[in-house]
Design a protein around this ligand. Structure first.
Ligand SMILES: Cc1ncc(COP(=O)(O)O)c(C=O)c1O
Length: 465
């Protein structure tokens, strides 16, 4: 096989020959519960192509993507600028990953990222969100010489062992102990934070400025006050901006919505990838990095084989250029405001719809107990089987009937989370609101199909106990 005659491996041929086996291959060789779950809720589709905020199935039908690959598709799918950067970097045949030189792209990307956090000085590049968090946890422990990390109830920071230690859901942690020494506090509880800090063993407090699970924002003033307490007790503030960062909430970093918040470490990943090349970045203060890398002997004390690779760096630089050129931070703010205000206007119309919240294009839609008797008995039936089934009942017709992909914002939650690509505009907002209204109409008018599906979910939930 040569570059001129690459037939030894022919991707198009392979996909044409074997693409049809995709669900069976997953069932046989990967996590078998994924195809099982997708078949159960009728999500077992075959998508052929994607662009921007849409993908298409084999029949050429378009689907609106309100999930953005769990947030990685910030600039949309296959953005031409990011694609070109990746083609260019491959064609350049750089001497990448020699590991004993200083290539230019990581330095340039670090410079660009730090311009958005002027109080920070240095960046470590890894390969995922959880790795960015692991880095922050290690750096905080080393820099302070203390073992314990504080985090918030219901927090999500990734699923490797360190990040799992600061995960606020028992369901994720069960069976994986022992983890790192840690303690959860309720989001916003300064009294509890202070009591934990007084024990003198806390390295840092890791927090999502807007929690992914349930879309809960830190209360106004909390981050600033937490920072003060932490610094008074010589502990660090770690902002996990893996989901909220790179513009998602209508500012480049979500911690900036509050004045004078200057985290010691900031974790970034997801959207920086352009949806192509996994990447994680931990931004931090000079003194922290200087402590960790305190001598030449320690140059590799925290490193990653693929960290700073040219493809990831090129994608990151292209993403930041697109964000600026297309003013996507601003778009996240204005389009997010529009989406939330249109949805909030429906709260009075539908008794099952309780609240619309969030920031920028990170939107939570919460359902709750209805007032009227007829609806209440149906709601109670669902709740008795399993919390979160109603939200699932909404997500399913949104995809199956309206071709819009959304997700329930965590297990046992009656909340749908919308994290679309930051490029969406009024047409996508209108399409979503129209579809959501139709689904809500059906739920409130006792529409047969939807509640029939609810009963199917109840049977499954009860059956799986
Ligand atoms: C806030 C937050 N931190 C960390 C992570 C972990 O990122 P990754 O899946 O890239 O490891 C996620 C992923 O959803 C996240 O939302």
């Amino acid at each position: 096989m040569t570059a001129d005659d690459p037939k030894g491996f022919d991707l198009a041929h392979l996909l044409a020959e074997r693409g049809g086996e995709r669900y069976d291959l997953h069932a046989r060789h990967l996590n078998h519960q994924l195809p099982r779950m997708l078949r159960t809720i009728g999500f077992d589709k075959v998508y052929e192509r994607a662009e921007g905020a849409y993908f298409w199935d084999a029949d050429g039908q378009d689907y609106l993507d309100m999930l953005a690959g769990f947030g990685v598709m910030g600039v949309g799918r296959h953005h031409p600028v990011v694609r070109k950067a990746l083609h260019d970097v491959l064609d350049a045949q750089l001497a990448d990953l020699t590991r004993f030189d200083c290539p230019p792209l990581p330095g340039l990307l670090a410079e660009k990222l730090l311009a958005h956090a002027p109080h920070l000085d240095r960046v470590f590049f890894g390969n995922s969100g959880t790795e960015a968090v692991e880095t922050a946890l290690k750096f905080a422990r080393y820099a302070t010489g203390r073992p314990r990390i504080l985090y918030c109830e219901h927090a999500f920071h990734g699923l490797t062992a360190g990040s799992l230690s600061v995960n606020g859901e028992e369901g994720f942690r069960d069976g994986f102990a022992p983890l790192l020494p840690d303690t959860a506090i309720p989001l916003g509880d300064l009294g509890r934070l202070e009591r934990e800090l007084e024990r003198g063993d806390v390295a840092g407090f890791v927090v999502e400025p807007v929690q992914g699970k349930g879309v809960h924002e830190a209360p106004p003033g909390f981050l600033r006050a937490a920072q003060e307490l932490l610094h008074r007790h010589k502990a660090l503030l770690i902002a996990d901006e893996v989901q909220t960062g790179i513009g998602r909430t209508g500012d480049f970093f979500a911690y900036r919505h509050e004045r004078d918040v200057e985290p010691d470490l900031v974790c970034v990943a997801k959207a920086l990838s352009g949806g192509y090349v996994p990447v994680g970045a931990t931004l931090g203060k000079d003194w922290i990095f200087k402590k960790v890398y305190s001598s030449m002997d320690r140059v590799l004390v925290h490193s990653a084989s693929f960290g700073s690779n040219a493809q990831a760096m090129a994608a990151g630089l292209a993403v930041l250029a697109v964000m600026e050129e297309e003013r996507l931070v601003e778009n996240a703010r204005t389009t997010g405001d529009l989406l939330r205000s249109k949805l909030a206007a429906l709260v009075d119309r539908y008794e099952l719809l309780h609240e619309v919240r969030g920031r920028g294009l990170m939107v939570g839609i919460e359902f709750g107990r209805p007032r009227s008797l007829a609806l209440r008995s149906r709601w109670t039936m669902l709740q008795a089987a399993r919390k979160g089934l109603f939200a699932q009942m909404v997500v399913v017709p949104l995809l199956r009937r309206h071709r819009i992909l959304t997700q329930v914002s965590g297990d046992h939650l009656e909340v749908i989370k919308l994290i679309p690509p930051l490029i969406i505009g009024e047409p996508e907002v209108d399409r979503f609101v129209k579809a959501f209204t139709a689904v809500m109409d059906e739920a409130h008018n006792g529409g047969g199909l939807m509640w029939d599906f609810g009963r199917t979910l109840v049977k499954q939930a009860v059956g799986s106990r």
